[in-house]
Ligand binder design. Structure first.
Ligand code: ACO
Length: 326
């Protein structure tokens, strides 16, 4: 458990909204199929902004919402599986974009696919000694989607979410759980460009994200309850005011809600608008909940996610002093 608290949050999405109808002009699918199987109605696909651009915009929103001097930032962690480059990292690009290159900041990226933001939040909470940590989840998944593969391209979108955390002594805390389990069957897979054993400049092969949907579904509906139970550590789910899950598929969320006896009305859902934005999904939802005033002092919130790797994780947030700690 870490005595840290969220002090601001923000998000950024690209300007191009793509509806299911629009997608059905590109690939053999329909609004009815996507809506009924996933709950997704639209997603945002970037035309010009790369991952670092979206990350920077989300970071600026978070800083503005916290009302802090950005020079208080000591740590920048970006969760992404679609960075602009192999190097430099998106985190370093964000540091430069914020004009903080002269500050004593540690900045690096983390890839744990859709669980990445939760992995990054745990790392930030445990690394943070003074000042503020900026934690971002940002993706331009559209770069690695095969727009001829209806099994995948209808599910994902681009975007970024960010939050700022600070060490506090007001009864706030975050309790974390994170797990990994190597996916030997390529249930969620995007290979790189390959080795160059002959030291010759081979033509670059384009590679895309592939997925065995049913395997991922089965994994998700056992991974999410596991992560939630772990952070609850014996406490009742009744004490939870809000659940902010990874936004992959409404049927997965409904399944988890039913299995755990946790009402859908307490589950934050925005996948209808944004689709699955991988590492950006939890922080975008968090920032929207923050903006809508759904995270108040004394509240008890759970963030939970799962993703490729496989990875799964959760964070139980006590935001300010809770009833049991007063
Ligand atoms: N439009 C129309 N038909 C489609 C589409 C599409 N976009 N995609 C697949 N189909 C077809 C299939 O070809 C199949 O046809 P067939 O029976 O003739 O072969 C049929 O629909 C049924 O396919 P299923 O795979 O059985 O569909 P299912 O009900 O399992 O739903 C889905 C598929 C939505 C992908 C589901 O398995 C799922 O949600 N899985 C989890 C996905 C997920 O969460 N991914 C992200 C997780 S991790 C991360 O975020 C990186």
């Amino acid at each position: 458990m870490e005595n840290v608290k969220i002090i601001g949050a923000g998000y950024a999405i690209p300007d191009q909204k793509v509806s299911n109808e629009k997608l059905s002009q590109v690939v053999d699918t329909s609004d009815e199929w996507i809506r009924s199987r996933t709950g997704i109605v639209s997603r945002y696909i970037s035309r010009q902004e790369n991952t670092s651009d979206l990350a920077l915009r989300a970071a600026k929103e978070a800083i503005q919402s916290a009302g802090i001097d950005s020079r208080m930032i000591r740590l920048i962690l970006v969760a992404t599986l679609t960075p602009d480059n192999y190097t430099p990292t998106v985190a370093c690009q964000v540091q430069a974009g914020l004009g903080l290159n002269d500050q004593p900041i540690m900045a690096f990226d983390i890839n744990a696919a859709c669980s990445g933001f939760l992995f990054a939040l745990e790392c930030a909470a445990s690394l943070l000694k003074e000042g503020v940590a900026l934690v971002i989840g940002a993706e331009t998944l559209s770069k690695i989607l095969d727009w001829n593969d209806r099994n995948t391209c209808v599910l994902f979108g681009d975007g970024a979410g960010a939050c700022l955390i600070q060490r506090v002594q007001d009864g706030s805390s975050m309790t974390f759980y994170a797990r990994s389990q190597g996916d030997v069957d390529h249930a969620l897979y995007c290979p790189d460009r390959g080795l160059q054993p002959d030291l010759v400049n081979q033509a670059q092969q384009k590679t895309y994200l592939s997925m065995k949907g049913r395997d991922v579904f089965r994994f998700a509906i056992q991974a999410m309850p596991d992560a939630i139970q772990q952070v609850l550590a014996g406490q009742s789910l009744d004490s939870v005011d809000l659940m902010i899950p990874h936004q992959a598929n409404i049927r997965i969320l409904e399944h988890v809600s039913k299995k755990m006896g946790f009402g859908m009305e307490k589950m934050f859902v925005n996948l209808d608008t944004f689709g699955n934005t991988s590492a950006a999904s939890v922080p975008i939802a968090l920032a929207q909940a923050w903006e809508q005033g759904k995270i108040q002092e004394g509240m008890h919130v759970i963030l939970v996610g799962f993703g490729a790797g496989f990875t799964w994780a959760a964070c139980r947030i006590q935001h300010g002093k809770g009833e049991d700690t007063q």
